[in-house]
Design a protein around this ligand. Structure first.
Ligand SMILES: [Zn+2]
Length: 405
């Protein structure tokens, strides 16, 4: 058995964490639906509020939309005028999808073979549970902290954060010196992520009677050929780009919408793409390289009339240096907890941390559960990982904020 490397005070504080209590807290969170639509998080947030009140922890609720409350809890020194450490996780979830594909009730919070099952078990209620229980553990132990630990539980992550993190950030509520974003990293410290950028490609053809396709230019057919061309010529360029902690950038053809109706040669076909940018790439660069590839297609294969369009704000990449003191502290705490060497990683998806990525504070992403489990059927988290995450978050706060004796 690998040995923990903790001092006696740390061991004492951590020993008060009860895996069963953390598990039943997560079960209660799963049992309060908060999926889209409508993304109503009031029930789940009230479960959080109840446990905080029981531990005598102060918190505030900030809502842009009544059904999407955001909760900020705090504990520590300096009367919490300034947050030295912030934990952040989202309490909303994606919908369960087709219910018959689940082998258990997605809102039951069932425990089987050491795992808790349900929508949000991984993404992201397990992170909410671990972060809140870390705060509760410190408060119950009445640990004297020199700085303030804030735990932020947000709504509206899965739908863009307009009523959650983005709004809180605009209101100046998310100021801190170091941030842990809770998402599924299998309890590894992740220091970078790719950022999402939606780019629509519209291929324009010429309509004609469906009985005389030779009179028109079928935009659906042209779009299909253009997709194949991009796959063959642009994808290898993307795959050649590297980042030490992330997969290469990707372009996903997510949705195709073409044609008008039966009997008419399609005049337009829109391809909605999801482009994931690695640090150093921009939306403009991504659009320009699609344009160049399609121009090459038009020059070499067949004439192609197309438009490119991208809306919405593209946030910044999280790309925290691996030698940042916060990263080193976090990885050290993880190694001391497990008694094993730990390697840094990247987060494959995109988190709410992107809205704070320009603030100049070190950000890590850390949470229990597999990234691939998120948004899938029979979503689960292992209780062991949930427990370990709670221990880690408690230890990290202790080491960053405790008044040294
Ligand atoms: Zn998530």
């Amino acid at each position: 058995m690998p040995e923990m490397n903790l001092n006696s005070f740390e061991k004492e504080v951590l020993s008060a964490i009860n895996a069963e209590e953390v598990a039943s807290f997560l079960q209660a969170l799963i049992q309060q639906r908060s999926d889209y639509p409508p993304g109503d998080c009031r029930g789940a947030v009230s479960v959080v509020a109840e446990i905080l009140s029981g531990a005598g922890i102060e918190f505030k609720i900030h809502s842009k939309q009544e059904h999407q409350p955001n909760l900020i809890a705090e504990f520590g020194g300096n009367e919490c005028k300034k947050s030295q450490l912030m934990y952040h996780a989202h309490i909303d979830t994606v919908p369960p999808g087709e219910l018959h594909r689940w082998s258990i009730d997605p809102f039951g919070g069932e425990i089987k073979d050491g795992n808790i099952y349900g929508r949000g078990a991984g993404d992201d209620k397990s992170s909410v549970a671990a972060q809140i229980m870390a705060l509760v553990t410190l408060a119950r132990a009445k640990v004297a902290l020199s700085g303030c630990l804030q735990v932020v539980v947000v709504s509206d992550e899965e739908f863009g954060g307009t009523n959650g993190t983005r709004w809180l950030h605009q209101q100046g509520k998310l100021k801190t010196e170091a941030l842990v974003v809770g998402e599924q990293t299998n309890n590894q410290v992740a220091i970078a992520e790719r950022v999402a950028c939606g780019i629509d490609i519209t291929v324009i053809g010429k309509s004609a009677h469906g009985a005389m396709p030779w009179e028109g230019e079928n935009a659906v057919l042209k779009a299909a050929r253009a997709i194949t061309y991009l796959h063959d010529h642009l994808f290898p360029q993307l795959e050649a780009r590297t980042h030490p902690y992330l997969p290469p950038p990707t372009l996903c053809f997510c949705k195709i919408d073409g044609g008008q109706q039966w009997g008419v040669v399609p005049e337009r076909c829109k391809i909605e793409t999801d482009r994931r940018l690695i640090p150093g790439e921009t939306r403009e660069m991504a659009m320009e390289e699609i344009r160049q590839a399609l121009d090459a297609y038009a020059a070499n294969i067949e004439p192609l009339n197309f438009e490119l369009f991208s809306t919405g704000e593209v946030a910044a990449n999280i790309d925290t240096p691996p030698d940042d003191p916060f990263v080193l502290d976090a990885n050290q705490a993880l190694e001391d907890l497990s008694g094993e060497k730990k390697t840094l990683t990247g987060y494959v998806q995109t988190s709410d941390g992107r809205w704070l990525a320009k603030d100049g504070v070190p950000i890590i992403i850390f949470g229990p559960s597999e990234p691939a489990v998120a948004h899938s059927t029979d979503e689960y988290v292992s209780i062991e990982q949930l427990y370990e995450a709670t221990q880690f978050l408690t230890l990290l706060a202790l080491r960053r904020l405790r008044i040294s004796s």
